[in-house]
Design a protein around this ligand. Structure first.
Ligand SMILES: *Cc1c(COP(=O)(O)O)cnc(C)c1O
Length: 387
C-alpha cells in the first residue's frame, strides 16, 4: 500500500469528527442531546417531487447513461427559473450545466482554471470545499477574512495587488454559510469590477437564495451588469426543497466557465440519473407551496433562537437568510471550549466558528434543522447554564 498523497495530508484536521466523538460520549451517558450542528434539512422532500422520480424511474429510457451536460429539459427548467426569480436570461444549451449537487461543481471548477501556484481567493470562515478544491488543483489559497464590522463581506481593497495579480478564482457565498450574512447588488457590482480588473472568475455559491426572511430577496450575482463576463453561479435543490440526498444541482453563467467545468466532468462522472433530473424539473416548475411553508418554518425557528439568545443577554445579529444563526461567543471563551461546555453541561450541540476557518474564532453556529419545541427546549437549557 503506497503512502497517502500529499494533497490529502495537506487537508486541515476535520474538526467535526472531534465533535461527533464528543457527541457520542455525551449520548452514551444517557443525555438527551439536542443537535444544532447539522446543516441538513430535517423536513421531507415534497411528495410531488418523489412521485415524479417514481414514475421516471419506471421508464427504461431513463436507465441508460444520461448526457454529460444534463437533460436539456432540466437545463431549460433552470433557465426559466432564473428568468422568473432573478430576471436573468440564460441560454440553457451553453450557460447551464447539470451538477451532482452544487458541492461537486464548486469542488471541480478549479481543475478547469487553476494551474499549480495560481491563487484562489477563499472566504474565511467558509464552506470547506472551496479550499479543498483549490488544493486538489495545486492552487494556493488566499483567505479573505469575513468580519462582523464589514457585514461578513470580504474587504476587496485589503487583497494585496500581488495576490490579485496571481488570482484566477474567487469564491463567494451569499446568503452565507456559516455567518448567515447576505450581500447586496452593490457589493456584487464591486466584485464584478474587481474581477474584470484582475481577470478573475467569480464562483458564487447561491445555495441559500430561497431561504430568505423578512421579505428580503437575495440577489443573483448575474443580475449585475457585466457579471456574465466574469462569473458563474452554483445552486442546487438540496436546501430549498429538502433534497440533500438526491444530489442534484446546477452551474450557470459564463459560457467558457461552464464549458471548462463541463470538460472536467466529462472525464470524471457520467452525469445525473435522468429520473432525478425529471424530479428536479418537478421541483423547479411545480407547486411551491410546501417549499414556501418550509421557508416560513425556518423563519419561525430563527425567531425562537434569536429571542432566546437575546433573553440570555447574548449578542446576536438577526439573519435575513440561510437556516443558520451565527453569533459571538459570550463570556470570553474560545469557540471550541464554549461548544464543549454547551454539550457537556446542557446537552446542546453547536458548531464552534473556528471549524470554518481561523476568522470564525469567537463565534458559534446554530443550525435551525430541528423542530421548534426542541429549539425552545435548547434555549431553556442555556438559561440554566452559568458560563
Ligand atoms: C449545503 C451546502 C452546499 C452543498 O450543496 P449540495 O447541492 O447538496 O451539494 C454547498 N454550499 C454551501 C454553502 C452549503 O451550505
Amino acid at each position: 500500500m503506497p503512502e497517502i498523497a500529499e494533497r490529502l495530508k495537506h487537508l486541515p484536521p476535520y474538526l467535526f469528527a472531534e465533535i461527533d466523538k464528543k457527541k457520542r460520549e455525551v449520548r452514551a451517558r444517557g443525555v438527551d442531546v439536542i443537535d444544532l450542528g447539522i446543516g441538513d434539512p430535517d423536513l421531507p422532500t415534497p411528495p410531488h417531487i418523489i412521485h415524479a422520480l417514481q414514475k421516471a424511474a419506471e421508464d427504461p429510457a431513463n436507465h441508460r447513461y444520461p448526457s454529460y451536460e444534463g437533460m436539456l429539459a432540466y437545463r431549460q427548467a433552470v433557465a426559466d427559473w432564473y428568468a422568473k426569480r432573478f430576471n436573468v436570461r440564460l441560454d440553457p444549451e451553453e450557460e447551464v450545466l447539470t451538477l451532482i449537487g452544487s458541492k461537486e461543481g464548486t469542488a471541480h471548477i478549479p481543475l478547469a482554471f487553476v494551474n499549480p501556484g495560481d491563487v484562489v481567493l477563499v472566504p474565511d470562515p467558509g464552506y470547506p470545499v472551496y479550499a479543498a478544491g483549490t488544493w486538489f488543483a495545486g492552487g494556493d489559497v488566499h483567505w479573505m477574512p469575513l468580519r462582523r464590522e464589514n457585514g461578513f463581506l470580504p474587504d476587496l481593497d485589503a487583497i494585496p495587488a500581488e495576490v490579485a495579480r496571481r488570482a484566477k478564482l474567487m469564491y463567494l457565498n451569499y446568503p452565507n454559510n456559516p455567518t448567515a450574512a447576505v450581500a447586496t447588488r452593490d457589493f456584487f457590482a464591486r466584485v464584478v469590477a474587481f474581477a474584470r480588473r484582475h481577470g478573475i472568475l467569480v464562483c458564487h455559491d447561491l445555495m441559500y437564495s430561497e431561504l430568505k426572511f423578512d421579505g428580503f430577496e437575495p440577489p443573483s450575482l448575474l443580475e449585475v451588469e457585466g457579471a456574465r463576463e466574469v462569473g458563474v453561479e452554483f445552486h442546487s435543490l438540496s436546501k430549498t426543497y429538502s433534497m440533500t440526498g438526491w444530489r442534484l444541482g446546477f452551474c450557470v453563467g459564463n459560457r467558457a466557465a461552464v464549458a471548462g467545468l463541463g470538460a472536467v466532468k466529462t472525464n470524471v462522472d457520467s452525469g445525473v440519473f435522468q429520473a432525478v433530473q425529471i424530479a428536479g424539473i418537478a421541483a423547479l416548475t411545480g407547486p411551491q407551496d410546501l417549499a414556501e411553508r418550509y421557508r416560513r418554518t425556518y423563519e419561525a425557528r430563527r425567531n425562537i433562537v434569536v429571542a432566546g439568545l437575546k433573553q440570555l443577554g447574548w449578542e446576536v445579529d438577526v439573519p435575513k437568510g440561510t437556516f443558520f444563526v451565527w453569533a459571538p461567543v459570550p463570556g470570553g471563551l474560545d469557540s471550541r471550549s464554549f461548544a464543549t461546555r454547551l454539550m457537556e453541561e446542557a446537552g446542546v450541540v453547536v458548531t464552534p466558528g473556528v471549524g470554518f476557518g481561523p476568522s470564525g474564532e469567537g463565534f458559534y453556529r446554530i443550525a435551525l434543522t430541528v423542530e421548534q419545541a426542541r429549539l425552545a427546549e435548547a434555549m431553556e437549557r442555556l438559561k440554566r447554564l452559568t458560563l
